[in-house]
Design a protein around this ligand. Structure first.
Ligand SMILES: [Zn+2]
Length: 514
């Protein structure tokens, strides 16, 4: 390993609170063997150390690498033919997706992530047919892709033991289907029916073979897929394993109003209250989405130290709603940020997502606490880090932490003019674009230099991915596509009468009927 000095007109070390960030002007970082040794004024660091490499200049801004705390796939569902349906219908449309080479697919989204300054991803995989003996080889393709490109990954494989297509038992839903598709849908769901013990054995296999890994850039976590997808028994088994292995869990929860209704039908209370009563909440757990919590739910989340991952773009795209971020913040809930399948530009751009989150929660009025740039920055860095297996190692630039950082061209943000009173962090959140990201470093290793990947050939890989999909659909893909469109109206019909918006009283008052 080697050492380097990273210089910046501004080094943004971390957010201190919702109005301040710690910034060193004309600063530098010295890192050795992947760890930050010292941060200070450029003159001091320059005189004290003899680095192998110097990166950045007095015209750059340096910041911690971003964390995409909720990610699933490479080619986006939209690219694969699923438009932005409401989530529950979108699940049905996803049955039509083509088979994609997972190694190339993973690299495809890793390119987009790194180009926008993301150095760590929480990759939530799963939704695969069994048997579980086929999963190690599948997971390996994904983990190998991150390893090859040099990205940090916190990987988990989502566990589901029920309700795989709609929010009721598979056998019951199949009974609603016409004979022309019922046997095939039943077989498809049956193929995904893998015993909970096999999921847990698979987790242990991953943990043993991949956790930390050779370069320390892989961690394995657990992912109870969602309340409707997990029985209470399956949830408690995962909690046991999380404690035994000291790993975190990431669970989709309350993404839509239908999921809120499902929890009431299943438990007679809210999803959060149900999990609280089971002793399932806690700082080891991150809730993905969390759009449909009520006030008491937010209190319980705050009280238990449970984290939330805010997937703003995804929620807008799939008509899920807007998570009450301002109320999470008010109660001190730690919230990370996830791009989920893809942001509003149908890509994985954390710079744009931060800008969206900054503005999405600007409720009308002058008194409300609305997001600030330091707050959003903290979500995308430090709090995101805490939802992954790298909580203590990344997320801020401090001595002892990993040298995971982004070097951006400040001129790109401030040229031809930027008023001197504009704060650095405001300018960064409001104006930075992926085209300004020059260098990205993970564990002291430069993985993107002058906008080009150092460890893999992006053009060749994207072309290989394109070529792999130029072939015609297989018979199996063709049939799944037909089944997807045939089952779609039955999925829609299943949810008839589930929602009653007449008593809607939301956290945010955005407009007024009277
Ligand atoms: Zn998700």
């Amino acid at each position: 390993m080697s050492s380097s000095l990273i210089r910046g007109k501004y080094i943004i070390c971390k957010a201190i609170n919702r109005t301040e960030v710690q910034i060193i002007e004309d600063g530098a970082i010295f890192q050795q063997d992947g760890k930050i040794v010292e941060i200070g004024k450029y003159q001091d660091i320059h005189q004290k150390y003899q680095p192998d490499l110097v990166i950045g200049s007095a015209e750059h801004v340096v910041m911690p690498g971003f964390v995409n705390s909720h990610h699933h796939v490479g080619l986006t569902p939209f690219q694969l033919g699923s438009p932005d349906y409401p989530l529950e219908l979108w699940f049905a449309s996803r049955l039509a997706a083509r088979n994609v080479d997972l190694y190339l697919d993973t690299l495809y989204s890793a390119f987009e992530m790194i180009e926008s300054g993301i150095t760590t991803v929480q990759h939530i995989h799963g939704w695969r047919p069994g048997p579980a003996s086929t999963w190690p080889g599948i997971a390996e393709q994904i983990l190998k892709a991150y390893q090859d490109i040099g990205m940090r990954v916190s990987y988990c494989f989502a566990l589901r033991d029920q309700n795989r297509l709609v929010y009721e038992a598979d056998e019951d839903f199949v009974k609603r289907l016409p004979p022309s598709i019922a046997p095939e849908i039943a077989a498809m769901l049956k193929a995904q029916d893998v015993p909970v013990e096999d999921y847990m054995d698979f987790f242990e296999h991953l943990w043993k073979h991949w956790d930390k890994g050779e370069d320390g850039r892989t961690h394995i976590q657990l992912a109870p897929a969602n309340l409707h997808w997990c029985s209470d028994d399956a949830l408690m088994v995962q909690k046991e394993y999380a404690q035994k292995y000291g790993v975190g869990m990431h669970m989709h929860l309350l993404e839509t109003a239908y999921q809120k209704e499902y929890a009431h039908r299943r438990a007679g209370t809210t999803a959060i209250r149900h999990l609280y009563d089971m002793g399932f909440l806690g700082p080891h757990l991150t809730l993905g989405h969390g759009v449909w919590l009520n006030e008491e739910d937010i209190e319980l989340v705050a009280e238990t130290g449970t984290m939330i991952c805010h997937n703003a773009s995804s929620n807008l795209r799939l008509q899920s709603g807007i998570a009450p971020l301002n109320h999470f913040a008010l109660r001190g809930v730690r919230v990370g940020m996830g791009l989920d399948e893809a942001g509003i530009n149908d890509d994985r751009d954390m710079l744009q997502e931060m800008r969206l989150v900054l503005k999405l929660h600007r409720v009308p009025g002058m008194d409300e606490l609305v997001p600030t740039s330091p707050q959003v920055f903290q979500m995308a860095t430090e709090y995101g880090a805490q939802t992954t297996g790298f909580a203590s190692e990344i997320g801020t630039l401090e001595p002892g932490k990993a040298a995971d950082l982004v070097v951006m061209n400040w001129r790109h943000i401030a040229y031809p003019y930027l008023d001197r009173d504009v704060s650095v962090i405001d300018a960064l959140i409001q104006r930075s674009k992926t085209s300004g990201v020059e260098t990205v470093m993970v564990g002291g290793e430069v993985v993107l230099k002058d906008g080009r990947f150092t460890k893999v050939d992006k053009d060749a890989i994207v072309e290989e991915l394109a070529a792999s999909l130029r072939i015609p659909l297989t018979l199996e893909e063709q049939r799944r596509r037909e089944l997807s469109s045939e089952v779609f109206p039955y999925v829609k019909k299943f949810y008839d009468g589930w929602l009653d918006h007449s008593a809607c009283s939301s956290f945010y008052c955005q407009n007024s009927r009277h």
